[in-house]
Design a protein around this ligand. Structure first.
Ligand SMILES: Cc1cc2nc3c(=O)[nH]c(=O)nc-3n(C[C@H](O)[C@H](O)[C@H](O)COP(=O)(O)OP(=O)(O)OC[C@H]3O[C@@H](n4cnc5c(N)ncnc54)[C@H](O)[C@@H]3O)c2cc1C
Length: 385
């Protein structure tokens, strides 16, 4: 039986491992965490609407449900024929490698004074702790923002920042404290969220003014200090800065001989195969995505890439009939943007750009998706999308 080593147990790596196992491969999943962190539902941690434990799915349970071998360890170095872990273990016994270790974030001066909604699980818990302290104090200033990466525009992650900001607004309102808090949104681009189209932008503007959120866009971010954000032309005073820099290539990839872009993302062909390396594939945020200008790295695309990779390796090994498949036709933006009291379905493809308001129901749809995701990963419910 051919052996596949999957590096990273995030949304893309776990989906690839499950799909590879279904195709009949011997799969080993290497992870530095003992759980799969379901980022899309972690947005409710700061407002206490979900406990961090409900955002984690134990890898031991996923492994048991699907017959995947688990290896706990942090990848230190990737060579085409060997993967070296931080504890010195060398993994050499594989026919194929699937890299799915995600991305890291750009470093801005003073970044240590900020917390990101897209960081480690501990970081988002810290946002909750800091918010709780401000609520206890009874008033405060909170700045929310995200940055860009000119070398990898698809690595900008703004959706979750909007979601946490809208949730915090509604949470403070529910506590009767909203008028004692100043909320400011900032981003260096003129039109943050523009990839969702003009109609969506107009809708977002309306939401900002109805929620009383200050908006400062199109101003370069010079850095951060304990008391706030330093922009090119002014400062934003803040007791809490929730900031998500744009994605940057993973240091392990940057140090590897694997073919990569200037920003350190793996260059793949249509079939998710790393260029110039026949037996190495990459899925999810670790890879450079090629396509329309509005393209974005998303969890659902990471999952599609995982399934396509499994299919393509099986076809290559003559384990099934069919042609290799490309990930590119699956590039779209699909996101149920949560506001705490409802939501909106954001969708972008070559032919469509829309933001469909889903008051009340949108919130519950996202909750239901979280339950569905957990059950399918544990093999307790069939995958329908
Ligand atoms: C807060 C938030 C909300 C989001 N909401 C949505 C949404 O609503 N819809 C949507 O489609 N997408 C959403 N996304 C994007 C989506 O979560 C990502 O695109 C997706 O997680 C990418 O999957 P991945 O497997 O490539 O990376 P990740 O999920 O980041 O997984 C990478 C894994 O690799 C592991 N790893 C890293 N380095 C090493 C190492 N050296 N050794 C071993 N393991 C390592 C990490 O611990 C992690 O488990 C959201 C993202 C965030 C942060």
């Amino acid at each position: 039986m051919k052996k596949v080593l999957v590096l990273g147990a995030g949304i893309g790596g776990v989906e690839a491992a499950i799909a590879l196992k279904k195709e009949g491969f011997d799969v080993q999943l290497v992870s530095d965490r003992d759980f799969l962190f379901v980022y899309p539902i972690s947005i409710w941690i700061p407002t206490g609407e979900i406990s961090p434990d409900r955002v984690k799915i134990p890898l031991s349970e996923i492994s048991k449900a699907h017959g995947i071998k688990l290896h706990h360890g942090k990848v230190k170095q990737i060579k085409p024929d060997t993967v070296i872990l931080e504890d010195g273990t060398e993994l050499k016994d594989f026919d194929y490698m699937v890299v799915a270790i995600g991305q890291t974030k750009l470093k801005h001066p003073g970044i240590e004074h900020t917390l990101s909604v897209c960081g480690s699980p501990d970081e988002i818990i810290e946002i909750k702790n800091r918010l709780d302290k401000l609520i206890e104090k009874g008033s405060g200033k909170i700045a929310f923002g995200f940055g860009g990466n000119p070398k990898a525009p698809e690595a900008v992650r703004g959706g979750p920042v909007f979601e946490v900001m809208f949730n915090v607004h509604n949470y403070l309102k529910k506590l009767g404290l909203r008028d004692r808090f100043e909320i400011t949104f900032f981003a260096p681009m003129e039109k943050p969220g523009a990839r969702l189209g003009e109609t969506a932008l107009k809708m977002m503007d309306k939401m900002f003014s109805s929620m009383g959120i200050n908006k400062i866009t199109g101003k370069k971010i010079k850095g951060f200090k304990p008391e706030g954000v330093i922009l090119e032309d002014r400062e934003i005073g803040a007791d809490l800065i929730v900031f998500t820099p744009a994605g940057d290539g993973h240091p392990v990839i940057k140090d590897s001989p694997l073919t990569q872009t200037e920003a350190g993302f793996l260059k793949i062909n249509d079939y998710c195969q790393v260029e110039d390396f026949e037996h190495i594939y990459a899925v999810g945020d670790v890879a450079s995505i090629e396509g329309p200008q509005w393209r974005a790295k998303q969890g659902h695309l990471a999952e599609v890439m995982g399934r396509i990779t499994a299919h393509n390796i099986a076809v290559k090994e003559n384990m099934k009939n069919g042609k290799p498949e490309s990930y590119k036709p699956h590039i779209n933006i699909m996101c149920l943007m949560d506001t705490g009291n409802g939501g909106a379905l954001a969708y972008r493809s070559d032919s469509k750009a829309m933001l469909l308001p889903l008051p009340v129901i949108g919130h519950w749809m996202k909750k239901a998706w979280g339950v569905y995701f957990r059950l399918t990963k544990l093999g307790k419910f069939p995958k329908i999308i």
